[in-house]
Design a protein around this ligand. Structure first.
Ligand SMILES: [Zn+2]
Length: 228
């Protein structure tokens, strides 16, 4: 079996961890000075949790995270501002303000849902960007490793060329080992790329409303993110 960069279920769940400001508002969790835990399950198993501290018009999310492909966990504290708009029928409704720096600027989009994107909670759009770039990075890392092995064997880094022959003087055992490492790296990058395409397709379907099934969304209602 090819190398798998993550457990097969992990990515699917991780990509769906979201927090919903409307739900927290409904449950009275946005009053300043509160402290509570929030957790998710995946396929019936506990999957992750965060601590939340509330301030006047902001929540501070506290959790441990690591970036995709990263080995080290670190403590993250992310302050997410909250803004309020008047409803047509009276009252006010809250919005998270996405505080992530992406694409060369602070996002500042007003949204109901934030998703964990690598180390930070981000709006759907920033999450999409982070997800794509992380997966491209992983894909390229796999290809890069395979290319290095080809060059070490005196071949060209071009992945479309045949795998180089065994150089004179190299043990067959070494050659076979390098070939296996090459295949794993190449396979890993192919698997990543396939997953990326699959997930982007699924996300696109979700954005266009073609597929509204989302087992892990705990918002309990239709998503209605609002962009300025
Ligand atoms: Zn954003």
């Amino acid at each position: 079996m090819m190398g798998r960069p993550y457990g097969s279920g992990r990515v699917a769940c991780e990509s769906c961890i979201s927090i919903d400001v409307r739900r927290w508002h409904r449950e009275g969790r946005l009053r300043p000075g509160l402290f509570f835990s929030w957790s998710w399950t995946c396929n019936g198993e506990p999957f992750g949790d965060i601590k939340v501290r509330t301030e006047a018009d902001a929540v501070v999310l506290m959790y441990r995270a690591r970036s995709y492909g990263g080995a080290e966990w670190k403590s993250v504290e992310q302050r997410v501002p909250i803004t309020w708009t008047a409803c047509h029928l009276g009252g006010h409704r809250p919005w998270f303000i996405c505080s992530v720096y992406s694409n060369g600027r602070y996002c500042r989009r007003r949204v109901a849902l934030l998703y964990i994107a690598g180390e930070l909670f981000a709006c759907r759009r920033c999450y999409g960007l982070a997800y794509a770039s992380q997966h491209e990075a992983l894909h390229h890392r796999g290809v890069g490793k395979a290319q290095k092995i080809r060059m070490r064997l005196g071949g060209s880094p071009n992945m479309r060329e045949a795998f180089p022959d065994k150089p004179k003087g190299m043990h067959w055992r070494t050659y076979d080992r390098l070939r296996r490492m090459h295949d794993v790296a190449e396979g890993r990058s192919a698997v990543d790329l396939m997953r990326l395409v699959e997930r982007l397709e699924r996300r696109f379907a979700r954005l266009t409303g073609a597929d509204s099934a989302n087992d892990f969304d705990n918002s309990g209602g239709e998503e209605s993110d609002h962009d300025y």
